[in-house]
Design a protein. Structure first.
Lengths: 110, 856
């Protein structure tokens, strides 16, 4: 099992959800986050006064997938989240040792 | 003290046979209660019948256990059992009272009573005491003291029960105040577990605010003599009884469905409860919504009743009574009527009470609210009764300007029925529930929370200034009151709500500008959040499309604030700093697009708005005349002005010569408007501003627009600060002549103004905030944009534009606005047909700064 963590533009979440749905990857956790990568924010001006927009609003999506689905899940996320512009986001993949269903207590077998 | 049924004592009891008999009897009673519950009739009567059956069982068991001791014994029911309100899986609370010290025989009695009860599947809360224990009060056990208030003798010795009653009555002066105090603390603690709101998506029908325990607390306070000053006048006992019956029926269903003593009306069980209580709508979701609407209505009337008896139970505080206006007094509870009969006869005066309360940020007093509620229920006044004259109508709208305490007073108005009587359409959403996964409150509560959020925005470091800049903030609150009324009816609630608001605006006689604003905001109240949260707002086209929805910056500000207030009222957690940031960024980008970026968007003669203008063109304007006039004007022109105004501008532009100005002046609602058409030349804008300043006019807002053919259209809205037009019969002629002379070069407006500018009347103190002068070369391909924010002062715009012209700079577009004491002017400028060089900008900035410093 792998945990895929994607930091994406806020408006791309529905696309990603749909793309992962097509792969039968149903569960996901979505969190409002703020941060910056290479985009490093920018300066906005309101009424002649500058204000720094250093941390940009992004969405963090977490999905846990079986090892053999990792590649197509990553492809689906990138395909759905990409505009080609700076600020499209990042995808990280991490190993998951175990997973349990709290209601049933069952161990995930994937 | 009620009678205790006697029983034959000392008889040998066949325990297994007794238990079997009691088991069968109780099972019959349970089945009866279940049948009643299934029929939707598991209310007070059904619970009392079941409690009576349990009484019988307890009495039989007490009789059987009496063989163990000869000590006098009284067994009493406490709490809910004492009230004969046992539900299917309720605990039974018992007091086992002995008339002498407790020894082994008495312990055997206790076991002989409790064990069979446990075997009969009861959860028993038992308190074992000697009568002597009550010589001293258990002040550290408030729950027990409270349970005693519902004590009901069940079995045992009459004489002991009588003595116990005498002890309780005799010491009541001592322990009643303590119980009252404990009850208030326990109630507050309990409410805090529910975040102090009755608006729970999945309410606890026993413990939640406005639920059963609050009904019992209300009655207990009244019983304990909490009505020291007066009993709540307008709280018919039926309302509490109705609420209790409704809640008991739901609770019985919950016990039946869950098979346990669980009282949470969960999402899933709401549909079942609605069906059981015979809600008729064929759609299950709507049935559940109707059930929850009724739930909130009952919970709200319980909360109000409890609040009133609690306040009445407080020790009276001596307070000076002040008369604060016509028939209004300020007393300790808040604002009330000095003469109730006079107030009752004059519904149009009621709003003044709430206005006085908001002004002082104190509540409306209970007796005033009760009077209004009673009178409204008796007479069913129509809205006209509250605003018979135009003056009254304006006062109602004015009342809605955001101030601390406004939402609390609106809540009081809602609760006493006044808000729904004035704003009939609001009444339709009273306690209205929409079942979705994000709205936490009923529609009317959500609506009033949006008003509370506006109050909070006033002090927000980033959003407060936007709110304070609004020209008609009361229109924002009026819109908020109506933004969701459409949810009461079928169809798209934004569209339906706008239609409902139109009826209200007819009644209140709102002017066109306000009507158009309210209509726009209600129809579009979901747009900004959808774009901010679901679209890529870093994409300039998205921002452009959003900005194109909005006629003016005022529309943007209103929609922005409405969105913040609306999203923040969905639930406490909905408006995160993350969402605030997204909304703020869209606001700033749209604001910049509207004020800085509009110059590049030139009218296309093929676009729909032009086609519409051509199609409805009056006979005296030819197609080519119309097309020539529009050529090169920014698209925004078509949005800013009505077709009639545009046709008027076309006529003004005819036969114009270089030293001429064609203009007209008209009085608008709260200001004057001057429209000038002329051919472009240096100092043109500055001269017009100068003439306005010469006559003491304060320029509030305006536009200057230049077409490709060199026609310049200037529109100024200004206030007549010195009442020049009002006080002088020849004022219009004088103004026209002066403007004509200045435009033709006969008069030098700078010379005319010199004396004025040096007058002490013109002088203002040093500026409190340094001016901001900012050049933007990003937002427009064609122009350098100069944005200047400074403290407003007479003649300021004239001086600024004069400095710009002195630098040989052409002013093509100007956007003028004043917000309180702040002037915000945006100039789209070029020199020699190009953007300004860095040197030119630096020189202009230095001169502007010098001018602003010198004229401060």
């Amino acid at each position: 099992m792998k945990l895929i963590k994607a930091i994406v533009r806020p408006n791309m979440v529905d696309n990603i959800k749909e793309a992962l749905g097509k792969l039968n990857i149903a569960g996901m956790t979505v969190t409002e986050v703020r941060g910056h990568g290479r985009q490093k924010g920018h300066t906005a001006v309101y009424r002649g006064r500058e204000y720094e927009v250093s941390l940009l609003p992004k969405m963090e999506i977490e999905v846990v997938v079986p090892d053999n689905s990792v590649d197509e899940a990553i492809k689906a996320i990138i395909g759905a989240a990409r505009t080609g512009e700076i600020g499209d986001g990042r995808v990280f993949v991490m190993p998951v040792e175990q997973g349990y269903n709290i209601r049933t207590g069952e161990k995930d077998v994937v | 003290m009620g009678p205790i049924k006697g029983r034959v004592e000392g008889r040998d009891i066949d325990q297994p046979a007794l238990r079997a008999r009691l088991g069968a009897t109780l099972e019959t009673a349970r089945q009866e209660l279940i049948a009643s519950t299934e029929r939707g009739e598991g209310g007070r009567e059904a619970l009392a019948r079941y409690s009576d059956a349990v009484d019988e069982a307890v009495r039989d068991l007490v009789d059987a256990a009496r063989t163990h001791t000869s000590t006098p014994i009284a067994v009493c029911a406490l709490g809910g059992y004492g009230r004969r309100a046992l539900s299917l899986h309720s605990d039974i609370d018992l007091l086992l009272l002995f008339g002498a010290p407790i020894g082994r025989p008495e312990e055997r009695f206790v076991k002989a009573l409790l064990h069979p009860l446990w075997d009969l599947r009861f959860t028993v809360g038992h308190h074992v005491r000697e009568l002597a224990d009550f010589d001293r009060l258990e002040t550290d056990n408030p729950e027990f003291l409270l349970a005693l208030t519902d004590l009901r003798p069940l079995a045992g010795d009459r004489e002991l029960a009588g003595r116990f009653d005498a002890v309780l009555q005799g010491s009541s002066r001592q322990w009643h105040p303590q119980i009252l105090e404990a009850l208030v603390v326990l109630t507050d603690d309990r409410h805090s577990q529910f975040h102090d709101t009755l608006y729970q998506l999945e309410p606890d029908v026993k413990e939640g605010p406005g639920a059963l325990r609050d009904i019992w607390a209300t009655r207990t306070i009244l019983k304990l003599g909490g009505d020291r000053r007066r009993a709540p006048r307008n709280e018919p006992a039926d309302r509490l009884s109705d609420a209790e019956e409704f809640l008991m029926r739901i609770r019985s269903g919950l016990h039946l469905d869950m098979g346990r003593n669980l009282n949470v009306l969960s999402y899933e069980l709401q549909e079942k409860a609605a069906e059981r209580l015979h809600y008729a709508d064929p759609d299950a979701r709507r049935r559940a919504e109707a059930l929850m609407t009724d739930y909130f209505k009952h919970a709200r009337s319980v909360t109000r009743a409890l609040g009133r008896v609690r306040r009445a139970a407080l020790p009276p505080t001596p307070t000076p009574i002040r008369l604060i206006g016509e028939n209004l007094m300020w007393v300790v509870e808040g604002i009330t009527f000095a003469n109730a009969a006079k107030a009752a006869a004059s519904p149009a005066s009621w709003i003044a009470l709430f206005d006085a309360a908001v002004s002082r940020n104190v509540p409306a007093a209970d007796d005033a609210l009760a009077l209004i509620e009673r009178e409204q229920e008796t007479h069913h006044y129509r809205p006209d009764a509250f605003h018979p004259t135009n003056d009254h109508r304006q006062r109602i709208v004015q009342f809605l300007r955001p101030r601390p305490g406004l939402s609390a007073r609106l809540s009081e108005m809602r609760d006493c029925g006044l808000l729904g009587a004035i704003f009939l359409e609001f009444n339709e959403i009273s306690c209205k529930v929409t079942r979705d996964f994000y709205h936490k409150y009923s529609v009317d509560e959500h609506t009033l929370l949006t008003v509370r959020n506006v109050e909070r925005l006033m002090n927000h470091p980033r959003f407060g200034p936007v709110l304070r800049e609004l020209r008609r903030p009361e229109v924002l609150v009026l819109t908020l009151l109506y933004h969701d009324v459409g949810k009461a009816r079928e169809g798209n609630h934004s569209e339906v709500g706008a239609e409902m608001a139109a009826v209200m605006m007819d009644r209140l006689g709102l002017d066109n500008e306000d009507r158009q604003m309210v209509d726009f905001l209600i129809r579009n109240h979901l747009k900004m959040s959808r774009i901010a949260f679901r679209r890529d707002t870093e994409e300039p086209e998205v921002v452009k499309q959003f900005a194109s929805l909005l006629n003016t910056e005022e529309h943007l500000k209103m929609l922005f604030l409405l969105t913040l207030a609306d999203v923040g009222a969905v639930s406490a957690e909905t408006l995160t700093p993350w969402k605030e940031e997204l909304l703020w960024r869209l606001y700033v980008d749209a604001y910049n697009q509207m004020t800085l970026g509009y110059g590049d968007e030139i009218i296309d003669r093929k676009e729909a708005l032009v086609a519409a203008l051509q199609a409805s063109r009056p006979d005296d304007i030819s197609e080519s005349e119309m097309a020539t006039f529009l050529e090169g004007l920014p698209r925004r022109y078509l949005i800013l002005f009505t077709p009639d105004a545009i046709y008027r501008h076309v006529r003004l532009s005819r036969n114009i010569s270089p030293n001429e100005a064609h203009f007209f002046l008209e009085k608008k609602a709260d200001a004057w408007e001057l429209t000038v058409v002329s051919l472009d030349k240096p100092f043109l804008f500055s001269n017009i501003c100068g003439v306005l300043s010469y006559f003491g006019m304060d320029i509030l807002r305006g536009h200057a627009l230049t077409s490709l053919s060199g026609l310049v259209l200037d529109v100024f809205q200004f206030s007549d600060r010195e009442k020049f037009f009002e006080r002088n019969s020849q004022a219009r002629e004088q103004f026209d002549k002066r403007l004509t002379d200045v435009m033709s070069g006969k008069n030098d407006v700078t010379a005319l103004l010199t004396g004025k500018e040096q007058s002490v009347l013109f002088r203002r103190g040093p500026a409190r905030r340094a001016p901001v002068i900012y050049f933007d070369d990003e937002h427009s391909r064609r122009y350098t944009i100069l944005e200047l924010v400074a403290e407003d002062a007479p003649g300021l715009l004239h001086r600024i534009s004069r400095v710009i012209s002195e630098h040989g700079i052409d002013v093509d577009l100007v956007l003028i606005s004043t917000e309180g004491q702040k002037a915000i002017d945006v100039f789209h400028i070029t020199r020699g047909g190009a953007k300004l060089s860095e040197d030119a900008k630096a020189a202009l900035k230095a001169d502007l700064e010098r001018m602003l410093k010198e004229s401060a």
